[in-house]
Design a protein around this ligand. Structure first.
Ligand code: URA
Length: 202
């Protein structure tokens, strides 16, 4: 926990890119420091910037419902973003901003050691599925080293385009079985490779 707290202070002090100048609050992340499942979104929006917490606006309310659908609350998972400060007018994060912020996310992952990272939307998807389209890979887990990456559409997509809602809800409902499969696999084979490996469940 101390590691995450220190990291949070470093995020709040960070001046590594232009987004620091426009922020009200940096948004390091929140949730269980030993979470098995970590959700990674894109960047804080208006409400997140106001409160210093991730996913507290409309997309966050939908994320809460999705978590509830699998019997979880946000205190049982960890929620963060690839970029910790709000881009002006919610524009896309730029490559240099993503690069400047990446060490924070890498350290969060190293401290939390989640079994699954759910990537929400196309920016965090780049962590494990560079150069591919989310429409092609959503709901298909890939293991890299000790972590299984599970790409989902961003919850905000469902708010803007209702046809995505079913995809997001269905992908979420598969998460508990995926976690169980990973835990069962870790008990039977404690070693893992650092090469991407498509998992068999879906
Ligand atoms: N969208 C994101 O990607 N992250 C947030 O924290 C809020 C909205």
């Amino acid at each position: 926990m101390d590691g995450l707290r220190t990291l949070g202070e470093q995020v709040r002090d960070c001046q590594a890119c232009r987004l620091a100048r426009g922020r009200t609050h940096a948004v390091p992340g929140s949730g269980a420091p030993d979470a098995e499942i970590m959700f990674v979104g894109e960047a804080p929006g208006f409400h997140e910037d106001q409160q210093g917490l991730p996913f507290v606006g409309a997309a966050g309310q939908f994320l809460d419902q999705l978590l509830q659908s699998i019997g979880l609350t946000r205190s049982q998972v960890y929620i963060a973003n690839v970029v910790k400060c709000r881009p002006p007018n919610n524009r896309d994060p730029q490559p240099d901003e993503l690069e400047a912020c990446r060490p924070f996310l890498d350290r969060q992952i190293a401290l939390i050691k989640p079994k699954i990272i759910v990537t929400l939307g196309r920016f965090s998807m780049q962590l494990a599925f560079p150069g591919t389209s989310i429409s092609k890979v959503h709901g298909q887990p890939v293991r890299i080293g000790d972590i299984t990456y599970y790409p989902m559409f961003h919850p905000a997509a469902a708010l803007h385009q209702p046809r995505y809602r079913t995809f997001i809800e269905q992908d979420m409902l598969r998460l508990p079985a995926l976690l169980e499969e990973i835990k069962a696999g870790q008990q039977s084979s404690p070693t893992s490779s650092s090469r991407p490996e498509q998992l068999s469940l879906f």
